[in-house]
Ligand binder design. Sequence first.
Ligand code: ADP
Ligand code: MG
Length: 349
Amino acid sequence: MKRVISLLLCIAMLPLVLCCCDSVTDEYTDEMFALDTFISFKMVGDEDVVNTTIEKCKSEIKRLEDLLSATKSSSDVYAINNANSDKVSVSEETAQLIIKACEISKTCNGAFDISVYPLVKLWGFDTKEYLVPKPESIAQTKALVDYTKVNVSADSFVSLCEGMSIDLGAIAKGYIGDKLWKIMKQSDISRGLVNLGGMVVTCDNSDDYDYTIGVEYPDTGEVFAKYSTEYPFSVTSGAYQRYFEQDGVRYHHIIDTQSGYPSQSDISSVTVIGNKGVDNDALSTAFFVMGIDKTLEYLNTHTDEDGSNYSVVILNADKSKVYVSQDILDSGFELSANFEEKIEICEIK
Ligand code: ADP
Ligand code: MG
């Protein structure tokens, strides 16, 4: 029997809430600001080993942010976006991640599409100077979005068609999460947790613990539900994470590439739980755009590359129903007391 760690620690403004351990003396915490969010670390083990592990994680985050950010002029992505459709030589890592992103796009008919960046910029989500664009501009810009026109050669040259640009914002955190998990796995800490704002990575080297993950209620920051899991990656996408309001309408940062507008989803938040950070991150964005029915269909017809199912917790738009995969229900999913009357649990078969 695994011992379940309890005690939820709420981090304000982050979409997922994480667990900590009860009365553990060799637990250490740290934090940093990167990837446009607060990142927190919590690890258990010998102090020196934990410190070294946290430092390795921090440098890996910085290294990959410098490589993959769309706004840092040092990055591979910046070079690709500013090459006027010429071929650009990038690191093999960047090339492979772009290939992976396009493979995922294919599975979800472009609901997740890294070539969305012209639309992200048009709405001002890159600079935070937001505006509601004119319908003509949206139509013109939308025509530039097409992941099938992102070319990656075997020797890591990338080129785009004229006017196109890419943004790895919906997948980079997942990729980084995979790297952090490996660092923690290869270290001598007994367990560790990194919260990257919307993504929780857990690693258990002692084989004694499951983690309890809390799911944040959109807008209020309350924990509306929690579940225990041995899966290392939980990634949440939601309309409440980054948005602006104009004339009483909320415009959020996840774009429906079909319409060119922020997705009019029937989902208010979707958490994807599984063994692959990179897939979970891209799919949390895709599922948000696809809505509930198409997501349930996807879950029935797709697995990750190791053949494991993806597990999800989906809160619908009016927050009256939460759709939960069976394995998550079986591993102790429960609503918090003040949400029991308000939210109906629907099992995903
Ligand atoms: P967050 O980055 O807030 O954790 P997501 O993983 O859902 O949330 O990624 C959203 C980011 O990805 C947006 O800020 C934008 O840069 C980019 N993006 C927006 N819509 C899409 C889309 N349909 N496909 C791929 N990337 C998107
Ligand atoms: Mg994502």
